[in-house]
Design a protein around this ligand. Structure first.
Ligand code: SAH
Length: 216
């Protein structure tokens, strides 16, 4: 199987997108470098390919969306992770955020609750030779206790409240980055200070598809 094309035009458009992310306040150079490397158009339906480098969310399968590039950059930056760290992503979706984590050298675990998307994106990872540690069909509310503790957990769907099991699966010093709320969400970061202590910080409003319970 051939990997899809990444033309000079795509690369040029990506560079412009990265300049825009910088102008919007993204500072983490490793995140910017990773996003410069990952062809976002590979994670979108071919009909939308020409839009891949706009800073917009777009539909993928099963009524879900690929997150805005700015959102992916912002959440990745909030994780404060380094190569070799273990990160759990809730909401595999298109696989784009997963690919950005892999480009950062992260040992990436990812969970998706929609079977159709899970299968589609799992096939895409194989085609692109991307190797997350685990791609799981399951309910992200439960996390992945058998692979915990994680240096970071990133939830890419809007959670009505904080899943306690995810906090328990953080390593001390690790961050849970999670948008909390119903129609709109407050980007929230929990830091595990010790076994029983967590810090909480908030970072403005975002809009995500909902984090739903159980598999589908
Ligand atoms: N990270 C994705 C964002 C996809 S949108 C990307 O870069 O494209 C959010 C995804 O979260 C959707 O695919 C949705 O099905 C999934 N999701 C929602 N609730 C979930 C849950 N409880 N467990 C796992 N995935 C969930």
């Amino acid at each position: 199987m051939n990997t899809p094309l990444d033309t000079a035009k795509h690369q040029g458009q990506r560079k412009l997108l990265i300049d825009k992310l910088v102008a919007m306040g993204i500072k983490d150079s490793s995140v910017l470098e990773a996003m410069l490397q990952v062809p976002r158009h590979w994670f979108m339906d071919s009909g939308l390919e020409s839009h891949a480098y706009y800073n917009k969310a777009f539909p993928i399968a099963a009524d879900q969306t690929i997150s805005h590039p700015y959102t992916v950059a912002f959440q990745s930056q909030l994780l404060e992770i380094k190569a070799g760290d273990l990160v759990l992503e809730i909401g595999t979706g298109s696989g784009y955020q997963t690919a950005v984590l892999l480009a950062l050298g992260i040992k990436t675990f990812t969970i998706e609750r929609q079977q159709e998307l899970f299968k589609k994106t799992q096939r895409l990872f194989t085609k692109l030779r991307l190797k997350p540690k685990k791609v799981v069909f399951g309910d992200g509310y439960l996390g992945l206790p058998e692979s915990a503790p994680f240096n970071g957990i990133v939830v890419t769907a809007g959670a009505p409240d904080v899943p306690k099991l995810l906090l328990q699966q953080l390593a001390v010093g690790g961050h849970l980055v999670i948008p909390i709320g119903k129609d709109e969400q407050i980007m929230t970061r929990f830091t595990r200070k010790s076994e029983n202590e967590f810090d909480k910080e908030t970072f403005g409003m975002f809009r995500f598809v909902p984090m739903l319970k159980d598999k589908n």
